[in-house]
Write a protein that binds this ligand. Sequence first.
Ligand code: 13P
Length: 248
Amino acid sequence: MRKPIIVGNWKMNKTMKETKEFIEAVDPAAASENATFGIGAPFTALSTAVAAANNLIIAAENCHFEDSGAFTGEVSVPMLQEVAVTHCIIGHSERRTMFGDTDETVNKKAKRLIEAGITPILCIGETEAQYDAGESEKVIRDQLTGSLADMCAKCVADIVIAYEPIWAIGTGKSASVEIAENCCRIVRDQVKVMYGEEAAEKVRVQYGGSVKPNNIAEYMAQPDIDGALIGGASLKADSFIEIIEKTK
Ligand code: 13P
């Protein structure tokens, strides 16, 4: 049985003060044996978030695959280990489109995180043009082929993969339950193709893209959707608590 995992992705939002207030307000609601709840926070807020959280897991939103060196502005995995995050979002479409992440760099980041014992939340998803052209399945399979290349089956079984169609991110135009389930099933099938049945059954697949308190339950009721990666609706304590309560 896969344990559901719901993670808020704050993106470039919240100061340390705002982080402390949010975590203190939301953390008690996140106590659950049945599901994992967490927040992806900006680097500057991670220590504050980790210190304030007892139940929420805390994720970074990116990392570099090298441990140190001349990479101005980057943050390495050992640095993340030091602040004691347990998860790290990698390959978000905003990073792929605006900051040069590719399947190859995402693959390197995933491997380095796994080596460090930090769980990658690996994001993939097609653009609106690719969706309109009927290329969603091909894009999903190609992105996973690159991003999950040359890893061990046990490692892949333990990661989280977030399917986030770009056309549904921040648009309020969430994917229908049928599309989300179908694409998450394709994600699982591609893991099976690459790493076998056991890894495919164990890997957790999230849907992301305009998930809100009023639609979380229908996504979570789908057999291949094990959780959600949530942007806008994770920024307000009230709406994130509502999402948590509907998932518990
Ligand atoms: P929204 O929930 O705001 O659509 O953002 C989704 C997302 O990008 C999560 O990573």
